[in-house]
Design a protein around this ligand. Structure first.
Ligand code: DOR
Ligand code: ZN
Length: 341
């Protein structure tokens, strides 16, 4: 007999990859983190200008805390060619937890990124020694004359992931927002210091869902049905090195509903509700607490959250916008919501 769960209590989630921006967008999105179910978030550094020093990370954290004192903000630096081993050590001493790599030119605000990551040996060695986590946007940039495109850019990056792990086996590495069966296999095949994040939207979407539909367009792009199946399978099996990083990436409506849309899907305000819908559809609702609240903090060596949230099986309609930012699946009815405390 098939029974339907109607409620699920889990620790407050860790969203280990989120874009919180600056100014008006920051003030719109940061207060929505807790509403979406996250109590601790890893903040991406691709602001304008990017967060490249320990001092900037500390100042950004103070700004975020002032808006949402009930959220724990874990900070990252942006890996630029100018990053030094000394700055890595200063960052670690200031409580920064990771350094994010955007290969030059692959996505929003990646112009300050590095071209050849393996050429930055002293910085990588300093990270390994200071126990900072290397977060990778794992796409090989396309350039004139190359045969790389959005569909194979992630797969073509995997040799770099393997080389990094070979050379720095104690360096903890997270391959962010994986979208392909090949990336899932690669991460599984590597050691305990290599993990991956998976977004809520990549568990739902494939190419046909973003081609011509700008609100579902993000980088890396969602791929084939077989790739989505691999993501679903790895969360369904409860693999401990695959955990939640939403890559929630707010852009004003005008930057999405235009001819040259920014990449990014905004999921923060309803994050756990989206995930509950998806995990229920997979018959894997029992795997959601570990995916959202256990595996990530274990990899990042953080204490588990003490507070809990309760998800209930009650419909809610996704609002059309939050302060000019359109959320993922705007107008759709979700089956789950977070119960009022
Ligand atoms: O879709 C994306 N949006 N992918 C990224 O890597 C960056 C992000 C953003 O900052 O908007
Ligand atoms: Zn991101």
């Amino acid at each position: 007999m098939k029974t339907t769960m109607t409620s699920l209590t889990l620790p407050l989630a860790d969203d280990l990859h989120v874009h919180l921006r600056q100014g008006d967008v920051l003030r719109t999105v940061v207060p929505l983190l807790r509403a979406g179910g996250a109590g601790r978030v890893l903040v991406m550094p691709n602001t304008t200008p990017p967060v490249t020093s320990a001092g900037q990370a500390v100042a950004y954290r103070a700004e975020l805390r002032a808006v949402a004192p009930d959220v724990d903000f874990l900070m990252t630096l942006y890996f630029t060619p100018a990053l030094t081993p000394d700055e890595v050590r200063r960052a670690a001493a200031a409580g920064v937890v990771g350094i994010k790599v955007y290969p030059h030119g692959v996505t929003t605000n990646s112009a300050s990124g590095v071209e050849d990551l393996l050429a930055f040996g002293p910085v990588l060695a300093a990270m390994e020694a200071a126990d900072l986590v290397l977060e990778l946007h794992g796409e090989l940039p396309a350039h004139a004359g190359s045969d790389v495109c959005v569909l194979d850019a992630e797969e073509r990056f995997l040799p770099t992931l393997r080389s990094l792990h070979d050379r720095y086996p104690r360096l903890r590495i997270v391959l962010e927002h994986v979208t392909t069966a090949r990336a899932v296999d690669a991460v599984k095949s590597l050691g305990a210091t290599v993990a991956a994040t998976i977004t809520a939207h990549h568990l739902d979407l494939m190419i046909d869902d973003w081609a011509g539909k700008n609100h579902n367009f993000c980088k890396p792009v969602a791929k084939y049905p077989s790739d989505r199946a691999a993501l679903r399978a790895v969360v369904g099996e409860g693999h401990p090195r695959f955990f939640l990083g939403s890559d929630s990436a707010p852009h004003p409506r005008t930057a999405k509903e235009c001819a040259s849309a920014c990449a990014g899907v905004f999921t923060s305000p309803l994050l756990l509700a989206y995930l509950a819908d998806t995990f229920e559809g997979l018959g894997a609702l029992d795997r959601l607490p570990a995916f959202a609240s256990e595996f990530g903090c274990r990899f990042y060596r953080l204490p588990p959250a003490r507070e809990t949230i309760r998800l209930v099986r009650e419909p809610q309609v996704v609002p059309p916008a939050y302060g000019g930012v359109v959320p993922y699946r705007a107008g759709a009815t979700l089956n789950w919501r977070i119960a009022a405390a």
